[in-house]
Design a protein around this ligand. Structure first.
Ligand code: NAI
Ligand code: MG
Length: 330
């Protein structure tokens, strides 16, 4: 029996996570689900975005599937973004964000790449201060975190096409971005089979748009990885299709790349595909590889049939798409 913790969270998280649960149940795997709370809604009622009981449930489960968490763009006293808090507290140091061509309008052909994003430091240490009209943010880069994310990226590259792009801005930030670059490059010497090369982040953005087929694995610091992975999602059908995994040594929290999408929340039209593909990554993590492939095949079958939600130009609903994917499970 597998134990999976579910955290729907905010906005469309409340729609796509229950849809993924239905799909996981339809696989017939022995899974015990436990649903717990986190996010902005939880903060407004309980004064914390991630209650201790939620952290305990994540720790107790084999893996966690989360939806999305709203973060206001203004500082709110006492509030910490739920996913960032979990990444740091549970030491989920790697964020894996694959982008692969999908059979939908708007997806480019020939793309199969993976962003490995450092998930605990950089500018996301959330150390900001303001002195009158001047505001300052700290970015933290450590050799230890750079080494362990380098290892994850190199191991992933070994299992793929053995090419690794190290995305950085060491020309402007030689101490922080430079430490990251140097650390990954020296770690890469232990993986001579992997062709490791460096690329400055702005050039990487352009090359991703013009020549995405040339990329295999990319590794970067937190902010660059966050931004470029949305760009990568945009090349392959958009946020409605982009899965991700936050993985540490002990715990793993899987979540779609997208956020809580307040513009469409509650309308029943959120695309659950990103969460389905995220659930497939979760199944891989707990060793259920065959079921993971079944989900991916069912998703591709349904997308090929043109069963599309409005974000992809169709008229399917979260529910009708979920029904179709369950129907297509082989
Ligand atoms: P977003 O990803 O929520 O939405 C961006 C656009 O993509 C919107 O037009 C939305 O309707 C569309 N979209 C996203 N997912 C979709 C789906 N599954 N189906 C159909 N359309 C979809 O990003 P946004 O609007 O910048 O942020 C909204 C909130 O989400 C903010 O509070 C932000 O902090 C939070 N957020 C949370 C994340 C997380 O929990 N990991 C990641 C990104 C944003
Ligand atoms: Mg993001």
């Amino acid at each position: 029996m597998h134990s999976i913790c579910l955290i729907p969270g905010d906005g469309i998280g409340q729609e796509v996570v229950p849809a993924a649960r239905r799909l996981l149940e339809a696989t017939g795997l022995p899974i015990e689900f436990r649903t717990v709370e986190a996010g902005w809604g939880t903060f407004t009622t309980q004064g914390t975005s991630v209650p201790d009981a939620t952290l305990a449930a994540v720790r107790a489960a084999d893996a966690t599937l989360a939806g999305a968490f709203t973060s206001p763009s203004k500082r709110v006293e006492g509030h910490q973004g739920a996913i960032r808090y979990m990444r740091r507290t549970l030491d989920l140091f790697s964020n894996l964000r694959p982008a692969r061509s999908r059979p939908v309008p708007g997806s480019r052909d020939g793309i199969d790449m993976l962003m490995v994003r450092e998930n605990t430091e950089g500018l996301y240490v959330e150390k900001e201060r303001r002195y009158g009209d001047v505001a300052i943010a700290d970015a933290v880069v450590t050799k230890r975190a750079s080494e362990r994310i380098a290892k994850v990226a190199l191991e992933q590259a070994m299992r793929r096409r053995k090419r690794l792009a190290v995305v950085h801005k060491a020309n402007v930030l030689p101490l922080t971005s430079g430490l990251f670059l140097d650390t990954v490059m020296s770690m890469a010497k232990e993986y001579p089979e992997v062709e490791t090369y460096d690329i400055i982040v702005d050039a990487a953005a352009m090359k991703l748009v013009r020549d995405p087929e040339s990329f295999d694995v990319l590794v970067s610091t937190n902010l660059f990885g966050d931004i470029l992975s949305d760009l990568m999602a945009g090349l392959t059908g958009g946020l409605g299709l982009a899965p991700s995994a936050n993985v540490g040594e002990k715990y793993a929290v899987f979540e779609p790349v997208h956020g809580s999408a307040p513009d469409i929340a509650g309308k029943g039209i959120a695309n659950p595909t990103a969460t389905f593909l995220t659930a497939a990554m979760l199944l891989d993590h707990i060793g259920e590889r065959e079921a993971a492939r079944r989900i991916e095949r069912a998703v591709d079958t349904v997308l090929t049939q043109g069963e599309l939600t409005p974000d992809l130009g169709g008229r399917a609903t979260t529910e009708s798409l979920t029904d179709a994917v369950i129907e297509a499970l082989d």
